[in-house]
Design a protein around this ligand. Structure first.
Ligand code: LLP
Length: 409
């Protein structure tokens, strides 16, 4: 999309505004299918990355499945028309009620704790399950998003395989899948291979005779910084497919290979449009104050993540260095600190790039500012608009479920 398109959308729908490019979304989905050239590849989009209904519709129409992490996500995916067999439910700290709710839908559950596995066996002997293991590979773009290794709450340890098999055999559980997820934003292609190897080491027909698939989670990274190289996914994908074909030979049967990409699919299709309304100076620092803030795009504050920011209405301005801040009452409310940018003037429109993954979906209404609207564009046409709530709607929402009372504790 061109700068002018963004300006037109900002004027028409107001700012802040998330804009998603459906063509980029589908390109990434198809890229991944091409790179991992295996006839039984199934992609389950990690719904937590972005739950915009139009994005999900485009993916559903392309045959993509869903990786859901809460009963709410399962219900939402079913509501949007994804078939239960296209969904995999990977929860942690499931309650009994959550477990039963999802069990009834027929969606395969991915269990990552011995205690839950035992409870599953007691409640539903013979049920189908997928087991999540900790691959003991540590990689990701932030310590907070690495899910393998010592410092994580996720998955069953590989060395607990004996205990796993005891539970599985006691309750006659049918283990149809094995799963691992190493982290988000995996930096080294070798980590994919190491994690696959780890999971395959226990995926023998003796341990698990009923396997239908292995699921290697998500974690495919995309560049966020201007000088950051793109991983050679053609080579990585070919290596992954080959490793899996060899595994199938040793297992003795054809299996499905699954991945659960989130960031790779949606990060680059999204831009947050925000307008600068206040320029000020704090001694040496130039501060560009925008009409958005960290509750609407929290990654820089939470992970020290870098997002490129473009001055869409003055791209050729003389360079200056800015703190690009939001409108929230906290000093840390910055999208970028000391960032060289083409001159920013009051009224300029900024585009924060890679805002498609884990931005809207991690958003909140801190300071009682409604989340931005969302627009999806495809083939030069606007195909979906989700408008921003008004202040009164926000207040209605707060009041709706609140009652005054005076009852005994
Ligand atoms: N599968 C499982 C079990 C996961 O926990 C996740 C992400 C994914 C797949 C998708 O990973 P992806 O392909 O998107 O890297 N909020 C963080 C990322 C958190 C990821 C949580 N789990 C961020 O903004 O970087």
């Amino acid at each position: 999309m061109q700068n002018q398109d963004f300006s037109t959308l900002a004027e028409r729908f107001g700012t802040p505004l998330f804009v998603y490019d459906g063509d980029v979304l589908l390109e990434r989905y198809n890229d991944l299918r091409k790179f991992i050239d295996h006839p039984r590849l199934q992609l389950h989009y990690a719904l937590k990355a972005n739950f915009n209904p139009a994005i999900l519709q485009l993916l559903k129409d392309s045959g993509c499945g869903i990786d859901a992490v809460s009963p709410g996500e399962v219900e939402y995916a079913l509501h949007l028309g994804f078939a239960p067999e296209k969904i995999i439910y990977t929860a942690n700290n499931m309650t009994d009620a959550e477990f039963e709710k999802v069990y009834k839908t027929g969606v395969v559950m991915n269990i990552g704790e011995l205690s839950r596995l035992r409870k599953a066996g007691i409640a539903h002997p013979g049920m189908k399950v997928c087991l999540r293991f900790n691959p003991d590979v540590t990689d990701g773009d932030s310590a907070k998003t690495m899910t393998g290794g010592e410092l994580t709450k996720f998955g069953i340890l590989l060395e607990d395989i004996g205990e796993v098999l005891k539970i599985v055999r006691t309750y006659g559980l049918k283990v149809v899948g094995l799963h691992e997820h190493t982290g988000s934003g995996i930096q080294k292609p070798e980590s994919f291979h190491a994690a696959m190897k780890a999971l395959m080491s226990i995926a023998t027909p003796e341990n698990f005779p009923d396997l239908e698939f292995l699921d290697f989670g998500g974690g495919f990274k995309v560049p966020y910084k201007p000088d950051e190289a793109r991983i050679d996914y053609i080579t990585l994908g070919a290596g992954i497919a080959e490793r899996f074909r060899n595994f199938e030979k040793s297992y003795g049967r054809e299996l499905v290979i699954k991945f659960e990409p989130g960031k790779f699919m949606v990060a680059e299709c999204g831009t947050l449009l925000t307008r600068v309304n206040t320029l000020k100076r704090n001694r040496k620092r130039l501060i560009a104050g925008t009409d958005s803030g960290f509750p609407q795009l929290i990654r820089p504050v939470l992970y020290d993540a870098y997002h490129q920011i473009f001055n869409l209405t003055n791209p050729d301005g003389a360079e200056a260095v800015y703190d690009i801040c939001g409108n929230i009452c906290e000093t840390g409310d910055r999208f970028a600190e000391q960032r060289p940018m083409p001159e920013i003037r009051e009224g300029d429109l900024l585009g924060i790039a890679n805002a498609g993954a884990y931005c809207y979906s991690m958003g909140g209404i801190y300071n009682l500012r409604a989340m931005p609207g969302e627009v999806v564009v495809k083939n030069g046409r606007i195909i979906s608009v989700r408008r921003r709530e008004s202040d009164s709607e926000l207040i209605d929402q707060i009041m709706r479920n609140t009652q005054s009372c005076d009852t005994q504790l």
